[in-house]
Design a protein around this ligand. Structure first.
Ligand SMILES: Nc1nc2c(ncn2[C@@H]2O[C@H](COP(=O)(O)OP(=O)(O)O)[C@@H](O)[C@H]2O)c(=O)[nH]1
Ligand SMILES: [Mg+2]
Length: 252
């Protein structure tokens, strides 16, 4: 059994996948972690899949799921959750926007009893490098909308996070769009979360897959979580709001 599973969603990442997998594996070795790497690919048309299959012959801790239907980033990550062979999941982009060296720190926070650990771009010490203004505005808009649901979390839509398996086991997730973390926060089973700052660096190679459709899907997702929270008495968003308003459940 592995200590943790690093889930890497990919779509046409032939220029990055080998390097990111090797970088994650090096971090495992440097920190004596018995880690699994699970690539979840949406049937890329480039050589991403064959590169991973070649890597699997070199390293036994790498696996790939090739998805052929229901294309989507959130759906891919959710499928990773249900196939991972450990009790702790870390989700990281393939394009080096998220620093793999942070993985052990995230894992340590999970070991300390946090259910969710978020790599935050929007807390002190975090940031975004080399993103065009348009992307910054879209991201900030999505973040602010997410903070309406989760006022205690600075980056509720980060793509870089770690969770205990129990958070999503049996949770009624409806994965769609790009922001799987918001879905996990809204519908997962969790009590304690912590954020760690990091600097997001835009990809050097390959293209972003963000489309207008993704933004519309996000707005619908926020609405769905809001409705879910209104219909379920014990829900994470209401609990976090109570924490802010009444300080009724002290944070650790
Ligand atoms: N499986 C899967 N991965 C995706 C999809 N879209 C993006 N990704 C991966 O998700 C990560 C983030 O995607 P990216 O396009 O860089 O998003 P950005 O950083 O917000 O511009 C990368 O590892 C992509 O390869 C998708 O539809 N399916
Ligand atoms: Mg990217």
């Amino acid at each position: 059994m592995y200590d943790l599973t690093v889930i890497i969603p990919t779509f046409n990442e032939e220029a990055n996948i080998r390097n990111i997998a090797m970088a994650v594996d090096a971090v495992f070795h440097e920190n004596s972690l018995n880690g699994q790497i699970l690539v979840v690919d949406d049937n890329s048309a480039d050589s991403t899949i064959s590169i991973v299959r070649a890597l699997m012959r070199e390293k036994r801790n790498i696996e790939i799921i090739v998805r052929e239907k229901d294309h989507g980033l959130s759906q891919s990550v959710a499928e990773g959750f249900s196939h991972a062979a450990s009790g702790v999941f870390v989700v990281i982009d393939a394009d080096f926007s998220h620093p793999p060296v942070m993985i052990p720190k995230m894992y340590a926070e999970i070991q300390k009893g946090n259910d969710i650990v978020i790599g935050s771009r929007y807390m002190s010490g975090g940031g975004i490098r080399e993103w065009p203004l348009k992307r910054r505005v879209i991201s900030l808009g999505a973040t602010i909308l997410g903070r309406i649901l989760f006022p205690t979390i600075t980056d509720p839509v980060s793509g870089f996070f770690a969770i205990q398996k129990n958070v999503v086991l049996g949770a009624p997730l409806k994965p769609r769009g790009y922001k799987i973390l918001l879905e996990v926060l809204g519908k997962g089973q969790w009590q304690n979360s912590v954020e760690i700052p990091f600097e997001f660096v835009d990809r050097e190679i390959g293209a972003s897959k963000l489309k207008l459709k993704t933004i519309i899907e996000y707005a619908l997702q926020v609405l769905d979580i809001l409705i879910f929270s209104l219909l379920h008495r014990h829900n994470p968003a209401a609990r976090e709001w109570k924490r802010v308003l009444f300080r009724c459940t002290p944070r650790k």
